[in-house]
Design a protein around this ligand. Sequence first.
Ligand code: PLP
Length: 378
Amino acid sequence: MSFTANDFLLNARHLQGAYPESLRATFSPEAIAAARQAITAWEGYAPTPLVDLPALAERLDLGRICIKDESGRFGLGSFKALGGAYAVARVMAMQGGAEPLTVCCATDGNHGRSVAWGAQKLGAKAVIFIHETVSQARAEAIARYGAEVIRTPGTYDDSVREADRQARANGWTVVSDTSYPGYDAIPRDVMQGYAVMVAEALDQLQGTRPTHAFVQGGVGGLAAAVTAELWLAAEGAPPAIAVVEPETAACLLESARAGKPVTVGGDLETIMAGLACGEPSLIAWPVLDQGARAFLSIPDTLAEEAMRLLASGQAGAHLTIGESGVAGLAGLICAAQDPQQRAALGLGPDSVVLLIGSEGDTDPEAYARIVGGVEAVE
Ligand SMILES: Cc1ncc(COP(=O)(O)O)c(C=O)c1O
C-alpha cells in the first residue's frame, strides 16, 4: 500500500484558538441544535455507525482511526440525506404551506436524491437538474422519489446555473447545496443539517476528541460542517482538518492557494462524482479558509484503492463505501505515509483521526466494477 497525493498545501491563513465570531452566522451551537432536534424527529432516524479501523491505524502508526459510515443514512445511501431534505423542510415551514411548492436543484446525484425525498415526504414537487456525465443509475435513484429529472449540457457548475435560471423563470425555490452571489440562506440550512452527523460522531466518541479529520470536498459544504462542529466542540483547541479533493476538481485547494474563492476549469472528470465541482460554495469557503490546516488532491486510482481496502476488511472492518466517500481516507493514507506531510500535520501514535464515509454504493454498477473480485479477509 503506497499512496502519494498529487498536491499538498499547508494553509497559511489557518487560525488556532476559539471559533471566530464572524462564522457564527453560518454555524452556531444553536443552529446545529435546532437542526438536530428536527432531524432526529424524522421517521426512521437512527445515528449511523462510527466504525474503528484498528488494523489501518496500526499500519500507519496512528493512535486511532474512526470512520462514520453514512451508507445507511435514511435509506438514501449518503450523508446528503441530512442536508437537502432539512432545507426543504425549512422552506416549507417558512412558506407556511399556503401554496403548492416546487423545489429544484442541481446535483451530481446525492443532493438531488435528498431534495427529492424531502419534497416527496412533505408534498412538494421537485425538479432535479443533472449534468452530462451523471450516471443513469443516479438519475433513476432520484426519479424513484417522484422528482422530475432534467439532464443539462456541461458540468455540475453549469447545472447549478441552469437550475437557478429555470427557478427564476418558473417561480420555483432553489434548494442548492452550494452558495453563490446573492444566494446563501438555504445552503446554510443544508450545511447545518450535515453538522448533525458530526454531533453524532462526537457523542459516539464518548469524550475522546479527534486530533485530526480528513474530509472530502466538493463545493466544501461537508468539510465546512465538519470543521465548524469540531471547532465549536473543541473549546479553543480545534483538531487539524485536511480537505481532500480529486486532482481534476480541486477548487478548494486552488482557492486556498489564491487566498480567495477561485473556479477551476476543465471537464472536472473524476470517478468521485460527488466531488466533481469547480466552484467553492461561498459560505463554506470562509470556514475552510480559516479552519482547515491543509488541502490535498488525489488521483482516482487512490479512491479505488481505498474502496478496495475497506471492502476487503484489511483496514480492520468491512465497509461498503463509494468513490466520493473514501477520498478522506485516501488523503489520510497519503499524508501519514509522507514524512513531511505527517510532520506538518502532527500525525503520530497519539492521533485520533475522524473520517466521513460519506456514501455507500450509490452507483452500484460503478462500485461493483471497482471493487469486484476483492477477497474479503476475516
Ligand atoms: C458522497 C459525497 N461525499 C462528499 C460530497 C462533498 O460535499 P460538498 O459538495 O458539500 O463538499 C458529496 C457531494 O455531493 C457527496 O455526494
